[in-house]
Design a protein around this ligand. Structure first.
Ligand code: HEM
Length: 202
């Protein structure tokens, strides 16, 4: 029950993040300075990033729906391929965009590390399932999606820092790391906490 509620809550937030990315891609009137600066640096990189980002964050949440996974395995496989392909495109675009990110060197390194970890975790998850290792595939996909959710946590932290009176310039380099490092630590903790159960059921 708690799992289902968490999934729905996350799904609603994820739809908001995907909608924002699509609005940035298709509605020039909605773009703020940050996005205009991104587009001036690389319009192809930015648009690819917004479109692939929206696709993977939506595809990923569906993959964690138990009903879909258990009853419609062919959909899980198809959406999984879309996710992996989307991360490959969005990750390379994200890495490229990281070199021009606001917030100076600390933020740029933070975003570049996020992109590299995202590509690695997703590639590894794909290779594990090709090799038939379901448990390892699940663990690496959890890591991958925790990194995808950096797009959500980043947009939650920014207003929180502003409300706390921290300027955007001071907050952004910190948030470039805070948006993903705790996410991955949380997944590691969840994996460790569920390890005894997984071993017992084998
Ligand atoms: C997880 C790996 C990701 C990396 C490494 C990454 C990297 C970046 C970078 C470097 C920027 C530019 C920031 C700046 O110029 O200051 C950016 C902006 C943006 N990204 Fe990502 N991103 C990731 C995931 C996503 C996802 C999954 C989405 C969509 C759901 C997304 C949507 C956007 C949008 C809409 C912007 C424009 C700025 C804004 O609206 O806040 N990103 N991203």
């Amino acid at each position: 029950m708690a799992l289902r509620t968490t999934w729905w809550l996350l799904a609603i937030l994820v739809c908001g993040i995907a909608a924002n990315a699509l609005i940035q891609a298709f509605s020039p009137a909605s773009r703020g300075d940050l996005v205009l600066d991104m587009l001036a640096y690389s319009s192809v990189g930015s648009l690819l990033h917004f479109l692939a980002g929206a696709t993977v964050i939506l595809a990923g949440i569906l993959q964690f729906n138990q009903t879909l996974r258990k009853r419609h395995l062919h959909w899980h496989r198809l959406i999984g391929r879309v996710y992996v392909f989307g991360v490959a495109l969005g990750g390379v675009a994200g890495l490229y965009m990281a070199f021009n990110a606001s917030g100076g060197l600390v933020a740029r390194v933070g975003f570049a590390m996020l992109a590299l970890c995202w590509l690695f975790a997703t590639g590894r998850a794909f290779l594990e399932i090709r090799a038939g290792n379901v448990a390892a595939h699940r663990a690496w996909m959890m890591r991958s999606y925790a990194l995808t959710l950096a797009a959500l946590t980043l947009r939650l932290y920014i207003p929180l820092f502003l409300i706390a009176g921290v300027s955007f310039e001071a907050a952004y380099p910190v948030i470039a790391w805070l948006c993903w490092v705790p996410n991955i630590l949380l997944v590691e903790w969840l994996l460790l906490a569920s390890a005894p159960k997984t071993l017992a059921s084998q």
